[in-house]
Design a protein around this ligand. Structure first.
Ligand code: PMV
Length: 333
């Protein structure tokens, strides 16, 4: 048996992707930080076979739900990867972050899976070129939208923006070269308010936007915020970065809370943390801000040069609101 192995990080969106159409195409562009500590490592052993066969082990244990998701994805791309019709796969995957931490793992797991798939193709074709990251992003997008952005380090843009050459709804592009150095030093400390499974899957969540009365206004706002954020990132304008970041996080939750059916994913402690962060910023002028994913956990974003003050603040003031005092210190680098 041959073997390929890839590690891929999670990412946190600043401008959020929420709403899609067609075959995993976004209804608005999004921009994210690529994290470094929170990642998935996937290895695949493979050999030729009379048909497609797979086994899947997550952290050492067979996992039927994940296997089904992977099988479905591989079946959907067999036209592009015909060798999948005659292959036996033994897939092993593990996350660097606890499974019960409430952190969505689809971005890191699906991008790691796609990198393995492209590496299997390279091996079979005896192709010595490095993996084409744009192509990896394209297939990662088909597996899970936000996974398209995890392929690129530091920061990525997914979705067509007329002002960014090469940008596309079909894959993400790196924006590392157009951001001010301060954003390459950003930290993301993830406060685990709850470790429960998400009460709305992202598939169901995106579908809620199809009938949302504010959908069109939201897509226009997201396009505007993406354009504004691109300028902000270029200039190193942290004040404006904070405004856009927090506005996007609260908009995402507002959209969920006003969907049919509605979902309230913030918990009391989420709100307490948000208020404390805003008060801390006002009192100290330290540029700490927050963002949220589709869940109650709070991502604390700040540049490297205020790490000491923010770490102390988190330990002394915010840790008490975390489930079992749990938080994960991650960063862009
Ligand atoms: O990639 P999906 O389908 O799991 O959707 C992710 C949606 C959000 O995490 C809420 C926002 C984003 O852009 O990552």
């Amino acid at each position: 048996m041959n073997k390929v192995c890839h590690k891929s990080p999670s990412n946190i969106a600043i401008v959020k992707y929420w709403g899609k159409h067609g075959n995993q195409l976004p209804n608005n562009p999004s921009i994210s930080f690529t994290l470094s500590k929170c990642h998935t490592e996937t290895s695949i052993k493979f050999c030729e076979s009379d048909c497609y066969k797979s086994n899947f082990f997550f952290e050492g244990k067979e996992n039927a739900a994940f296997k089904l998701k992977i099988d479905k994805f591989f079946q959907s791309v067999t036209n592009d990867f015909p060798f999948l019709n005659n292959i036996e796969l033994e897939i092993e995957s593990r996350n660097s972050f606890p499974h019960s931490s409430g952190i969505a793992s689809s971005a890191s797991s699906m991008s790691a899976l796609v990198l393995c798939l492209l590496d299997i193709e390279r091996t079979i074709k005896a192709d010595s070129h490095p993996i084409d990251l744009q192509r990896a992003s394209y297939y990662a997008r088909l597996a899970s939208g936000s996974a398209s952005r995890s392929v690129f380090p530091k920061m990525a843009l997914w979705g067509l923006m007329p002002t960014v050459q090469g940008s596309s709804d079909e894959y993400a592009v790196s924006i590392e070269d157009i951001i001010h150095p301060v954003f390459k030093t950003y930290h993301d400390t993830i406060l685990i308010v709850s470790s429960k499974e998400k009460s709305v899957s992202s598939r169901a969540g995106h579908a809620l936007m199809d009938t949302h009365p504010q959908a069109q206004a939201r897509y226009a706002q997201a396009r505007e915020n993406t354009q504004r954020l691109l300028t902000t990132l270029k200039l190193g304008d942290i004040e404006d970065f904070i405004k856009i970041t927090e506005d996007e996080a609260l908009t995402l939750h507002h959209l969920m809370e006003t969907s049919t059916p509605p979902f309230v994913l913030m918990e009391e402690n989420t709100k307490k943390i948000i208020n404390k962060i805003r008060r801390f910023r006002q009192d100290t002028k330290i540029p700490l801000c927050f963002t949220l994913d589709a869940g109650p956990n709070v991502h604390c974003l700040f540049p490297q040069n205020c790490q000491k003050e923010v770490d102390d603040f988190i330990i002394n003031e915010l840790k008490q609101y975390c489930h079992n005092g749990t938080f994960i210190s991650d960063s862009v680098e």
